[in-house]
Ligand binder design. Structure first.
Ligand SMILES: Cc1cc2nc3c(=O)[nH]c(=O)nc-3n(C[C@H](O)[C@H](O)[C@H](O)COP(=O)(O)OP(=O)(O)OC[C@H]3O[C@@H](n4cnc5c(N)ncnc54)[C@H](O)[C@@H]3O)c2cc1C
Length: 531
């Protein structure tokens, strides 16, 4: 038996656990990551990476590998049986550097994340290590691990994060409820397969609906197609082999095309559930352990990784002693409402594509509803989820333009091809000061923040005028830059504090900077207080 008081334990090395692991490792936080599997999974479930996830990967410094190999899909095409309209859900106008859905197999995504964790930080998950007991005491947790060689190990981590999937042991041990419903009577199956004669374009994901079944076809980076079907159980006929069952359903929608034997096929049941809380004392839940829903629109893995991205920087600051533990109180109130919105959005999409038994006209009416396209693209891409209702920031004396606290920080063009997102690729928060004529105030704020919170916040100044001598943090706005348009045209100098997960923490005027410095003191621990 061994004991390590200071450990942070991540349970589960799926996509959620991996993102959390990278976020902690890039801030130098030691932890253990265990998984009961004997090794990585080589089968794929998710095939979609959405714009907000790609923005996150870019900020983590890992987007290039994904962009190189993935297929950039414009969105979804809806084919309703017997109807000659083909509506689309088009992602190409998204306000993001990534206006598309990147088609990429989940096992490949996990593989890229694992490689990065290993190559950049020398961290590997401990496979064949199962969490078999968990309890919380006043000063930490007690976790029982069942190791590969049958040995039992007890550790005492300060924090435990359950990224252990839909049947989460952590969730049960924490006593958190996982209520919801099942989509009764539906069978979902999918395969990766060589598909000859499929007429659809490779840069769209194709949905086919008839009254009682649903078919999805998309090209995969491997050259195979992903074919997903859902019906009331007909394709689950034990007298048919899997390939023939799929072929029969495919022929009902796409004549003259032929499936080969599948390289891989799976069958699963879909649930719609959310944990009663994402936190119980020193235990957190993230990913499928916290929420599961219909795969419509492909959001589950994306939402789980965003949970981890929200939690990672907060845990790191608290463990490093740079922020008060109260910072962790914001995780569940920020992420659970997003989980609820994801469930509502996937349900709405489910009612269009998998409402077996309902006629085509009823489902088309849902697509024709006012605002449907914008609302659905915003949700699936992850770009419209935000924390505006949750982020607490002091009331400002003056009304301000630009994104408010809790909003996603949008990208903006600066000079010389530089983008604001380029300046956010570091593990700290970023104080973006926009100063036209108040250089002294900007310099004073920048220097106070650097002195007190330099390990936590990186200040940068964006200005149309050349930076004063010695201001190495200053960036110049190009004549055609979109910064002022995105971040407000306030005549007075102003600033935004951008969190490491890309959301606005605070927005204020330079002349009211003292209020901001006070606000920082409420939750961060200054360099003076640390020494
Ligand atoms: C068929 C299918 C298609 C899907 N398609 C999409 C899609 O297109 N887009 C999308 O975004 N999402 C999709 N999803 C959802 C996506 O696969 C999940 O949301 C995602 O895998 C969740 O990741 P996770 O890391 O939270 O959990 P998981 O991937 O389930 O990983 C949990 C890990 O925890 C480990 N574990 C469990 N219990 C213990 C324990 N006691 N001790 C140690 N380790 C433990 C498990 O071994 C596992 O490795 C799909 C899901 C399915 C089933």
């Amino acid at each position: 038996m061994s004991s390590d008081k200071n450990d942070l334990l991540i349970v589960g090395a799926g996509p959620t656990g991996m993102v959390l692991g990278i976020e902690l490792a890039r801030r130098g936080i030691p932890y253990r990551m265990i998984d009961k599997r004997s090794g990585p999974s080589f089968t794929s479930r998710s095939f979609t990476l959405h714009a907000r996830t790609l923005e996150m990967f870019e900020q983590m410094g890992i987007s290039e590998k994904f962009l190189k190999d993935g297929i950039r899909s414009r969105g979804f095409v809806f084919n309703f049986k017997g109807k000659d309209v083909r509506p689309t859900l088009d992602f190409t106008a998204l306000d993001s550097p990534f206006p598309y859905i990147l088609v990429y197999n989940q096992n490949q995504t996990e593989s890229r994340l694992r490689e990065h964790l290993d190559c950049a930080y020398g961290v590997r998950p401990e496979w064949s290590t199962e969490l078999s007991g968990l309890s919380v005491a006043d000063d930490g947790c007690r976790a029982e691990l069942r190791c590969k060689d049958g040995r039992k190990e007890v550790i005492e981590p300060n924090w435990v994060v359950g990224c252990d999937g839909v049947h989460s042991f952590v969730r049960s041990a924490a006593g958190l409820d996982f209520s919801g419903a099942n989509y009764q009577g539906m069978v979902m199956q999918m395969m990766d397969v060589a598909y000859e004669g499929f007429p659809g374009d490779d840069d769209w994901i194709h949905y086919y609906m008839s009254k009682d079944n649903f078919l999805l076809v998309t090209k995969l980076p491997s050259g195979d197609h992903r074919v997903l079907i859902s019906d009331m159980g007909e394709a689950d006929d034990p007298n048919l082999n899997v390939r023939d069952a799929f072929q029969r359903l495919v022929e009902g929608h796409v004549q003259g095309s032929s499936l080969a034997a599948p390289r891989w096929a799976t069958k699963w049941e879909i649930w719609r559930r959310i944990a009663s809380d994402y936190r119980a004392d020193r235990i957190f839940l993230a990913g499928d352990a916290a929420h599961v829903h219909s795969p419509s629109g492909g959001q589950g893995m994306n939402a789980g990784m965003q949970d981890a991205y929200n939690l990672g920087w907060k845990l790191a600051l608290v463990v490093q002693g740079l922020a008060k533990a109260e910072l962790l109180d914001s995780y569940a109130p920020e992420r659970k409402p997003v989980g609820e919105q994801v469930i509502a959005n996937t349900d709405a999409m489910h009612d269009i594509i998998m409402a077996h038994g309902h006629g085509m006209e009823d489902r088309l009416a849902l697509i024709r509803a006012e605002g449907w396209h914008e609302r659905t693209v915003g949700g699936i891409s992850g770009l419209t989820y935000n924390y505006k209702d949750m982020v607490q920031a002091p009331v400002e004396g003056a009304a301000l333009d630009g994104p408010p606290p809790g909003a996603r920080a949008p990208d903006a063009e600066l000079a010389d091809g530089l983008r604001l997102f380029d300046l956010l690729r570091h593990p700290r928060l970023t104080l973006v000061i926009a100063s036209e004529h108040e250089d002294e105030l900007a310099a004073e704020l920048s220097s106070v923040v650097a002195k007190r919170y330099g390990a936590i916040i990186k200040p940068i100044t964006v200005s149309a005028a050349p930076p004063p001598a010695g201001r190495h943090d200053a960036k110049i706005l190009g004549a055609n830059g979109t910064f002022a348009e995105r971040y407000g045209r306030n005549k007075a100098g102003h600033f935004h504090l951008v969190r490491p997960d890309g959301y606005i923490a605070y927005h204020g005027l330079l002349r009211e900077r003292h209020r901001f410095v006070q606000y920082l003191g409420d939750w961060l621990i200054s360099a003076e207080a640390q020494s």
